[in-house]
Every structure is written in structure tokens, then in C-alpha cells.
Design a binder for this molecule. Structure first.
Ligand code: UDP
Ligand code: MG
Length: 181
């Protein structure tokens, strides 16, 4: 099945100079790169992206991490959209398990990640967990014009393209829902 995923080089990966390494690993696959941007991670974007973890005790620390507060203000990350056969499984194999201590030591997270004393997994990359999350996250991080193939349906809205199906309340299409602020 053709799937699409969002790859993010998180602030720790950016600061440690791992962007080139991560990209190289993905270039070795035949997954198609269809979107790329340097993104500033605001609190809102981070909280929406990680909405499924908002009840977790480490949530605030996770938001601090992904918005760059723990990494000398590294508040920009590189975000990529990839598409291809079995993309989720293949991309997550490259990334490794969520907990760097449990990840295969040859994977990116196993090689370069760490666990902080506050229990946050600083694990270098984000890779979408499943195809539905992949779609939601790509629509959250990219405008339709930034994706080079017709990945998901679009509509014209106020003279520009918008995602036709925003993918539920967790996708940013207008003002931020209060619960994610
Ligand atoms: N995370 C964490 N501690 C946990 C679980 C998750 O710090 O016990 C962080 C970690 O950075 C992870 C992110 O929250 O990558 C998102 O969690 P998820 O369960 O979606 O894992 P992923 O899909 O990133 O492997
Ligand atoms: Mg996940």
C-alpha cells in the first residue's frame, strides 16, 4: 500500500549536525521525497502535533524539547514528506524504536538518541506512526503548494489551495482549538 509519512529532524538532531546523515539514510530507500521545509516550531504547532500525548506527565517537557527550549533555542527543525510503498514501516525501521535505549543500535535513534532524567526521549527524528497520522501530520506541517505531487485532495479557498479534508480537529486549518494552546 502506498503511504505517506512526515519525517522531522528534531532540535537535538539539528544541533548535533545529524541532518545530512538522516537524509542520506532516507535517500538510500526508494521512498519519494515530495515536500521539504525548514519549520519554526511554535508552541501551538508542537502541541497540535503531539496532541495524543497531552495527558502524559512528560508532555510539557516534550513541548520544551521540540520547540527547542532545551537546545539553546534551536526552534527550527527540518520537515520532510515522503511517499511510497510501505513507507511507515520502512521509515520507522530507519528511525528505530521510540525509546533510544530500546532501539536497534544501528538505527538513528539507537545510534544518536538519549533519555533525559525527566523521562523525555530525545530521539533525533520524528516519523509518523501510521498512514492516518502521516496524512494528518503532512497536512499540519505543509501547505498544499509545498507538496510536489497530488498527495491528498485540495480545494480552492480565498484564491489559494487548502487541504480538502483537513483530517479532523487536530489539523491546523484555521484558528487553533483552545485545547491545543
Ligand atoms: N516520548 C517520550 N517519552 C515517552 C513516549 C514518548 O519522551 O515515554 C516522546 C518521544 O520524543 C517520542 C514522542 O514523544 O518520539 C512521540 O511519542 P510517540 O509515542 O508518538 O512515539 P514515536 O511515534 O515518535 O516513535
Ligand atoms: Mg508517534
Amino acid at each position: 500500500m502506498t503511504e505517506s509519512i512526515l519525517l522531522i529532524i528534531k532540535p537535538d538532531g539539528m544541533v548535533k549536525g545529524l541532518a545530512g546523515h538522516v537524509l542520506r539514510r532516507f535517500e538510500e530507500t526508494d521512498l519519494k521525497l515530495v515536500g521539504a521545509r525548514l519549520a519554526k516550531v511554535s508552541h501551538d504547532l508542537a502541541a497540535t502535533h503531539y496532541h495524543h500525548l497531552r495527558e502524559k506527565p512528560f508532555f510539557e517537557e516534550l513541548i520544551n524539547f521540540i520547540t527547542g527550549k532545551l537546545y539553546a533555542g534551536q526552534d527550527t527543525v527540518l520537515a520532510f514528506a515522503y511517499t511510497g510503498e510501505g513507507a511507515v514501516k520502512r521509515a520507522r525501521a530507519i528511525a528505530g524504536a521510540t525509546n533510544p535505549e530500546e532501539a536497534d543500535y544501528r538505527s538513528i535513534r539507537g545510534s544518536f538518541g538519549r533519555v533525559t532524567t525527566k523521562g523525555v526521549f530525545e530521539n533525533v527524528v520524528h516519523v509518523s506512526s501510521d498512514p492516518i497520522e502521516g496524512e494528518r501530520e503532512i497536512k499540519l506541517w505543509f501547505h498544499p503548494e509545498e507538496i510536489t505531487v497530488p498527495l491528498f485532495p485540495t480545494v480552492e479557498q480565498d484564491g489559494r489551495l487548502a487541504w480538502a479534508d483537513p483530517g479532523g480537529p487536530k489539523t491546523r486549518t484555521g484558528p487553533w482549538p483552545e485545547e491545543y494552546k
